[in-house]
Design a protein around this ligand. Structure first.
Ligand SMILES: Nc1ncnc2c1ncn2[C@@H]1O[C@H](COP(=O)(O)OP(=O)(O)OP(=O)(O)O)[C@@H](O)[C@H]1O
Ligand SMILES: [Mg+2]
Length: 227
């Protein structure tokens, strides 16, 4: 069954924005056939947002397997509550969704190198779960180093990286985006394709804006084309 992990080169790079765009598009075509999964969350935010705004057909208890209160690295947030991250629980939650829904979109916590436990990172999770992965990288001065280091870690961890999505957290001109990303040269360093760009959004996109954004993303390489 198709699934996709949306991770990032860092925290706060737009993973939730990208996941929401993909989910909105896919749910618009196939209501009830798309599940969202945030395996573990520290602090408030994503799973509440998904439960309330994006995944109306999905029981909210399915969306996140473990939640910790403090907005810290996941295993540290767990420790501060006298708990541990339950790897089996996270994996079982994922497998249940895979068995129930035709497509599962998973948002990782933090960035690709963020710890899920004190032994394993998000990259290790991607490998262990054998989940195709996209890396969200913010468009900014520093985009290239973020992309190269994230892809190097993914390669080392043997992650099935489908490519990079560049996200304009802030509005930039086409020339500025080129200069930050240098898209015709960067893949020589990342060894991963660029799957597209998400523009800076002042508000949730209208259906036609959403269609335009999705048309600029390479769904086929993500494995979502035929869904
Ligand atoms: N394309 C965009 N246009 C406008 N604002 C954006 C865009 N991408 C991200 N942002 C803003 O940047 C912030 C971080 O985005 P988002 O929550 O999607 O990141 P994240 O990687 O999911 O973060 P976290 O690591 O907390 O899960 C949010 O306030 C979001 O609204
Ligand atoms: Mg998020």
């Amino acid at each position: 069954m198709p699934s996709l992990l949306i991770t990032g080169s860092d925290t706060s790079v737009g993973k939730t924005i990208v996941t929401t765009l993909l989910a909105s598009y896919l749910l618009g075509r196939h209501p009830q056939k798309v599940a969202l999964y945030k395996p573990v969350q520290s602090g408030k935010g994503d799973w509440e947002y998904y439960a309330e705004q994006i995944a109306p057909y999905q029981p909210r208890e399915e969306i996140c397997a473990q939640k910790f209160v403090l907005p810290l690295a996941v295993p540290l947030a767990a420790e501060r509550e006298g708990k541990t991250v339950d790897w089996q629980l996270l994996q079982q939650g994922y497998q249940r969704l895979l068995a129930k829904y035709p497509i599962v979109l998973v948002e990782g916590a933090g960035g690709i190198g963020s710890p899920v436990t004190w032994e394993w990172t998000v990259a290790d999770m991607a490998r262990e779960w054998q989940i195709p992965t996209v890396i969200v990288v913010p468009v900014k001065l520093g985009s290239m180093t973020q992309a190269v280091t994230a892809c190097a870690l993914a390669r080392e961890a043997k992650v099935d990286v489908r490519g990079i999505i560049f996200n304009c957290v802030h509005p930039y001109t086409a020339e500025e985006i080129y200069d930050f990303v240098v898209p015709d040269r960067l893949p020589l360093l990342t060894h991963a394709p660029i799957l597209g760009y998400v523009p800076s959004l002042a508000a949730p996109p209208t259906p036609s804006e959403l269609a335009q954004i999705i048309a600029n993303l390479d769904l086929q390489t993500m494995g979502l084309q035929e869904i």
